[in-house]
Design a protein around this ligand. Structure first.
Ligand code: HEM
Length: 492
């Protein structure tokens, strides 16, 4: 095999911390807040930092410039994915976020976009509004249970929107399984957690071999993965075929309506794509969106002065006689600034998902071999003190200029949804429909305060995240109560 440092141009690899033979930088890989460590390394080694872990080449991209140049301008070459051996055991081959940049992946994106693109959002509004109203009522009844209620609302909304089955029990059963798949993935993806990622041959060790209990656990998650990608689609399709459907239009109904006749040569492939597209909504969308909502609420609870200002804007623009409507959002610059600032301040995916190159690449005089995994340090971009002075503070005002949104400041939408051709295709649903609607309802209808202990003393709020692929604010307690009896009446 050609060595990483050999290339026809005789160019050097990008700079990075010194590597040990065979293991490379394995023992220097940060386990806690890696985004901060990489950002510090960037000060020493420069904007792009080269690392190697057990033969896997990694380039961390620490600025808007390198991310845009490598993941966007060179996207044709840098849109592959890293397939980890553990994914075989988790049976994630149906999941298009992990597929390489192939025509099959493109077909998934195309169908996803056709049904969940910006022009399609109105179609799903009835389901979202119905589920949201149920959620707001549940919050009124359970003022201390914000996190659980929110998780349940999002899960039920995604499942109903995907499969069109308006049966809470059916959806909850499915959520438990899909959640186990997400959990299995998050754990398995942590570098160094499973030896099988470093020694792929281990995936052939049978589960009954003593000491191979890890394999049994992963295989059990793999079974669930197969089940959530197939069974609900089959059941929902049967309902559609029998004409027994939720009166509100779901993703499956639209995907099934679009399928060619079963006798058509492309039927099998199209049905597989439809199944995979329906199944990805919850898997890719629930935890990410939930993390963003948890981030927004802890930010508001920790900053009562921001909440008061946002409520004031809601009162002026919407008033207290009706629920906020989607079209109100445009007329709420401060609320929009709050949402933008919360997604900057709490960066849900600090490294997006790794992009991988297909061919050798040359960037600013450095050689980057084929197969390199690029980690865009979105956290560093969102906390760059040059762009966002005092970046650790939550200051929505930074997005405003003369009372309007400041278009000169980098919009967190560059970054939080990833980059180039792999950019999150669920962003329209996440930001325009769920996040915007949620923010307006929570701000206008509720007061959000830190929770209290058994002596009635406020429990101080602390914003902390674990170092995972999707960073969710660590458990915190808040009290969410309607602002007045009139506000409670609006919820019904
Ligand atoms: C606030 C909520 C969300 C955030 C922050 C988020 C963020 C991301 C990020 C960072 C990526 C990786 C992009 C890259 O590799 O450059 C991604 C990919 C993806 N997201 Fe989202 N996402 C959110 C919500 C959703 C929702 C609601 C859905 C589905 C309905 C969804 C579906 C997907 C899919 C299918 C991919 C894989 C795209 C591909 O590899 O081609 N996401 N998302």
């Amino acid at each position: 095999m050609r060595k990483a440092s050999q290339n026809a141009w005789g160019l050097p690899l990008p700079p990075g911390p010194p590597r040990m033979p065979l293991v490379g930088n394995l023992f220097q890989m940060p386990q806690v807040d890696p985004w901060i460590v990489y950002n510090d390394w960037a000060k020493k080694y420069g904007d792009i930092t080269y690392l190697e872990v057990l033969g896997q080449r990694i380039v961390v991209l620490n600025s808007v410039k390198s991310i845009a140049n490598i993941l966007e301008k060179k996207a044709v070459n840098t849109s592959e994915r890293l397939w980890m051996p553990v994914f075989d055991l988790l049976k994630l081959d149906w999941s298009f976020p992990f597929m390489n940049y192939t025509p099959f992946w493109k077909a998934h994106r195309k169908h996803f976009h056709q049904h969940l693109g910006p022009m399609q959002m109105e179609i799903y509004r009835p389901i979202i509004e119905d589920q949201t109203l149920k959620y707001l009522r549940a919050l009124v009844k359970n003022p201390h249970d914000f996190r659980l209620q929110t998780r349940s609302w999002l899960g039920l909304t995604f499942m109903r929107l995907s499969y069109g089955i308006n049966d809470a029990q059916w959806n909850e059963n499915l959520i438990v399984k899909a959640q186990a798949v997400n959990q299995g993935f998050s754990e398995a993806a942590i570098a160094g957690r499973y030896l099988v990622n470093s020694i792929p041959l281990l995936r052939h060790v049978p589960a009954w071999v003593p000491g191979a209990g890890w394999r049994k656990r992963l295989e059990a998650v793999g079974e669930l993965s197969r089940e959530v990608s197939r069974v609900p689609f089959k059941q929902a399709k049967e309902q559609v075929d029998l004409g027994k459907v939720d009166e509100d239009i779901s993703l499956v109904r639209r995907l099934v309506d679009d399928l060619p006749p079963e006798t058509h040569p492309s039927y099998e492939e199209r049905a597989t794509i439809a199944r995979n597209v329906a199944a990805i909504g919850y898997i890719a969308g629930a935890d990410t969106t939930l993390s963003a909502l948890y981030g927004l609420i802890i930010a508001l609870a920790m900053h009562p002065e921001v909440m008061a200002k946002a409520q004031n804007e809601m009162d002026t623009v919407v008033g207290a006689d009706r629920l906020p409507q989607p079209e109100d959002y445009e007329r709420l610059p401060f609320v929009q600034a709050v949402v933008k600032e919360s997604t900057r301040w709490h960066t849900v995916g600090p490294f997006a998902l790794p992009h991988v190159s297909k061919k050798d690449e040359v960037y600013e005089g450095y050689f980057i071999p084929a197969g390199t995994a690029f980690l865009p340090n979105t956290w560093a971009v969102m906390h760059d003190p040059e762009r966002f002075p005092d970046p650790m503070s939550f200051k929505p005002e930074r997005y405003l200029k003369d009372g309007k949104l400041n278009k000169e400041l980098l919009d967190p939408e560059f970054g939080i949804f990833g980059y180039g051709r792999r950019m999150c295709p669920g962003r329209f649903l996440a930001k325009d429909i769920i996040l915007a609607h949620f923010a307006m309802c929570m701000i206008s209808l509720f007061n959000i305060k830190p929770g209290r202990d058994e002596h009635g003393k406020e429990i101080p709020l602390e914003y902390k995240v674990a170092s995972e692929v999707i960073c969710t604010p660590a458990p915190y307690q808040v009290e969410v109560r309607p602002r007045s009896a009139k506000h409670a009446t609006l919820i019904g």
